[in-house]
Design a protein around this ligand. Structure first.
Ligand code: PEP
Length: 250
């Protein structure tokens, strides 16, 4: 049985003070104990959020890491730094990083391996553009991203990695994938992991859907057999995130 997960991705939003206010609001509203709730926040907010979530069920996540341990990489954050302040999860390969910061599948793989080296679980984002969907190459695109991101992982790592299927056309647009569209691709992701590591492993890997998830559509999306929860952008910046976490699965 896979444990459900809801992870928020705050992107470049909230100052440290605003971050504490939001966490305080959310901790009072979240009433589910049996799922993993993760807040992936800007690096500048990690320490403040780490303190605010003490004695709660919320886990600390980062939005990015560098694949080297230290050195002349101005502006970057290493896995060592994240680990020391209690980061448990890190988003890798978000489509915004792939497009604005030119992160390719090789870099994504290096980051995934580095996160695991420090005991941090990567949440690996994959997803197709609207053009790729219209050209009928969604599955091919996703399979390449998954295969490259998970290259050289051990079976144990492949069990604990989290994959977030995020169609690029659904991110921040208010237009989420239908339950069937999301399920179809999450099923393909699980199949691909099964081909790489065996079915016993792929049955344990958590696969999230991301793209305009909100308190109204979460319950149906999360009820699909291969969707184990969500990665949430816009709605994670407000009270609605608690509704997503608390959603009763239909
Ligand atoms: C995201 O950026 O990971 C995301 C899913 O954003 P939104 O929920 O705003 O579509």
């Amino acid at each position: 049985m896979r444990k459900r997960m809801v992870a928020g991705n705050w992107k470049m939003n909230k100052t440290p003070r605003e971050a504490v206010d939001l966490v305080n609001l959310l901790k009072d509203k979240i009433d589910k104990e049996d799922i993993d709730v993760v807040l992936c926040v800007p690096a500048i907010n990690l320490i403040a959020v780490a303190e605010s979530i003490l004695h709660t069920n919320i886990k600390l996540g980062a939005e990015n890491l560098h694949y080297e341990n230290c050195g002349a990489y101005t502006g970057e954050t290493s896995a060592t730094m994240l680990k020391e302040i209690g980061v448990k999860y890190v988003i890798v390969g978000h489509s915004e990083r792939r497009s604005y910061f030119k992160e390719n599948d090789v870099i994504v793989n290096k980051k995934v391996l580095k996160a695991f080296e420090y005991g941090i679980i990567p949440i690996v984002c994959v997803g197709e553009s609207l053009e790729e969907r219209e050209d009928g190459i969604t599955i091919e695109k996703i399979r390449i991203q998954v295969k490259k991101a998970l290259k050289n992982l051990t079976d144990k790592q492949a069990e604990s990695v989290v994959i977030a299927y995020e169609p690029i056309w659904a991110i921040g647009t208010g237009k989420h994938a239908t339950n069937e569209q999301a399920q179809e691709i999450c099923f393909e992701i699980r199949k691909c992991i099964g081909e790489m590591f065996g079915e016993k492993v792929s049955e344990k890997t958590r696969i999230l859907y991301g793209g305009s998830v909100n308190g109204k559509n979460a319950n149906e999306l999360f009820a699909m057999p291969d969707i184990d929860g969500g990665l949430v952008g816009g709605a994670s910046l407000k009270e609605d995130f608690a509704n997503i976490v608390n959603a009763d699965i239909v």
